[in-house]
Structure formats: structure tokens, C-alpha cells
Design a protein around this ligand. Sequence first.
Ligand SMILES: *Cc1c(COP(=O)(O)O)cnc(C)c1O
Length: 387
Amino acid sequence: MTKHKYPVWVEISKSALLNNIIQIKNNVRKSVPNLKVCGVVKSNAYGHGMSLVAGVIADEVDWFAVNALWEAIQLVKETGTQKPIVVLGYTPVSALPDLIEYPNIRIIVYNIQTLAALKKLVLKYKRGFKVHIKIETGTGRQGITEKQLPKFISFFKENPDIILEGMSTHYANIEDTTTHDYYEFQLANYKKFIKVLKENGFNPPIKHTACTAACFLFPKTYFSLARPGIGLYGLWPSKETRLSCLLQGRETLNLIPALTFKTRIAQIKTLPANCYIGYGCSYKTTHWTRVAVIPVGYFDGYDRQLSNQAYVIIKNKRAPLIGRICMNICMVDITHINNARLDDEVILIGKSKSEAITADTIAGMSGTINYEIVTRINPSLPRIIVE
Ligand SMILES: *Cc1c(COP(=O)(O)O)cnc(C)c1O
């Protein structure tokens, strides 16, 4: 029985995180020795706990990436990291003054208005900024188009205090396919931008395009910095990515899922046949049933779609969910688990001695991807480091 007081919690394996980052690093460095690696810890480190994860992998990465400027500031405040941090998402113009105190944070720019606002800060505070630009190569989300590029080039020529340190892009179709011509198209576009920038005297030293799937499959995407996220956490970007590795004859890395999502038994009762369980009376017992009530629900990030579908693990045995998942509670059938007791541990995502329920399995049941399953685990739940 666990000693701590939490009804629902997340355990993060330090050795799994280290295994994953070291494997990814060794893998990319086989093609590009000394390639720099950026640990993507946005969105609470994909639900794993941003500062906790960053603390564990800090010695193994050169950069960190987050989505928002406030996350970057939180990362600096909580971990004291001196490493450069790149903000992948949008930084509102009104948030730019926050950069003044944090010289290690780089925003990614793709609006000329953002640069104009930075220029005002340069004049006011008499200091420069390093920025990265994002290139639209075919993903159709943030990024500078070919037509917009000359304006940016003129800006950087006229404003040497705003230093073009990096350029990035992101691939639209690596994870969802085993046919990879679209990435080739995007890579060719990216190279066109490099060429135009070079012709204008710019060669940003930090070129970064490779997410986890690209890290596993395409050394041509590495440039000067790899940017893996999901792989750090021990999850594959998709089945197709794994299949593509096999098809290309690449070694598949031994990733270890770092996260275990747990709760404990809040009540045990035995109900006769023909009893309804939960809201909507969606489940009816067919025999004497031992029911465990567990104190977790969709508030915690345990998706309501899993109702009457998923199972949990108690005492190394599967216990199916019966009835609907409520906001903070759900019920499981433990008729066959005679030794289950109040407060016993319940695994929602993770593995026991010989049973497992993975984020991928749950994602399949919920009609989504493993990224969403782990990312939506409520950030307010405690994250505990194990090993
Ligand atoms: C989230 C993100 C990544 C990491 O992607 P994974 O598939 O998790 O490795 C890389 N680059 C950008 C721009 C991202 O938004």
C-alpha cells in the first residue's frame, strides 16, 4: 500500500526518461555527431510535469522547447535552467516585454508586427534580442510564406540588434503515413528559404526541423538541432512511424513509457444481479458483482469515452470499467479479484508484473492519439518521481 496521501497521482520514472533521451541522442548522433538536442517540454511536458521532467533530462539536452512564453518563464523560475529555451507557439505582442528579464528565452517569430514591437523594446531598453523565424513549408499553420520573406529580410538588415539566430519548420505528414514524399517536399521548401536567406547575407546558426518521427526516420531533417517531444516520454509518435523504421531497415529504439497514472480503491461493495451502475444506468449487473469505486474521473483526464470500455489493473489483474465515468469517480468490476482491499493501488495507465494498459491502448479506445491521452492528465494532480 502506498504511504502518501493522494487519491489520484502520476508517477514518472526517472530511469525511463533518461533511457529515452539517451537512446534518441545516440540515434541522431550516429548520423550527425555532436548534433544538439532540444527537449520539448511544452504542455506540462506532455502531461508528465514540466519542471520535473526538465530537471531529470537537463544534463542530456542542449535546449528546451515550450509552447508559450509563460511556460518558459515558469521553467526558468522553477528549475533555474541557464539553457536556451525556444518558445514554439505564439507570443502575444503584449507579452513581449517579459523577454527583457530572460535573455535565454527565444521566441519564434512569423509576424512582422512582432518584430516591429521588439524593435520598440530595443530602443527603450537599449538591448538586443535573438529570435528564430518559423517557415511555412507546407503544414499550413504558423510560418512565413515565400512571399512574406523579403519583408523579414529587410527588417533584419535594418535592425542588427534583432539577431536572426534560428529558423524552424514543422512537418505535416510524417506520423500518419509510411509514404514519405510530403516530408521531402517540405524539406525542399525549407532549403529554398535557406538559399534565399544566404543570398541576402543571413545564415541562422540554429536550424531546427526534426520532431520525434523525423529524428527516427530522416537524418536529412536534423540540421543543427533536433526537437523531439513524444519520444522522450517513451511513446512512439504512431504505429506508422514504427512501421516506417522497420520498412527502412532502421533499428527501432527501445523506448520506455515514463508515466504511470494511478489511483486507489475508495470503496468495495457487493451488489446482486440486476443492479444498475452509475449515471444513465448504462450498466446492469448480471450476477453477484463485487464493485470497486475508484476516485478518478474525467476531471482528472480519465476520458469519459472510456466508460464501459477500458480496464484498470488491480493486484496484477484486469478490472473492467462498469458504468459511466463521472467527473471524479468511476466503478470497476473486481468480482474475480478476491484479495483487493480498500486503498489498494489501481493502475489506470501503466503496467504491473504481467499486465499493462498503455496510453496507446487507451488512445485507441478514446478515438485519439497517445499524445492527447497523456497531455490531458490534469496538471493539478501530483507528479511523483520514482527510481
Ligand atoms: C510539439 C512539437 C514538436 C515535438 O513533436 P513530437 O512529435 O512530440 O516529437 C516539435 N516541433 C514543434 C513545432 C512542435 O510543436
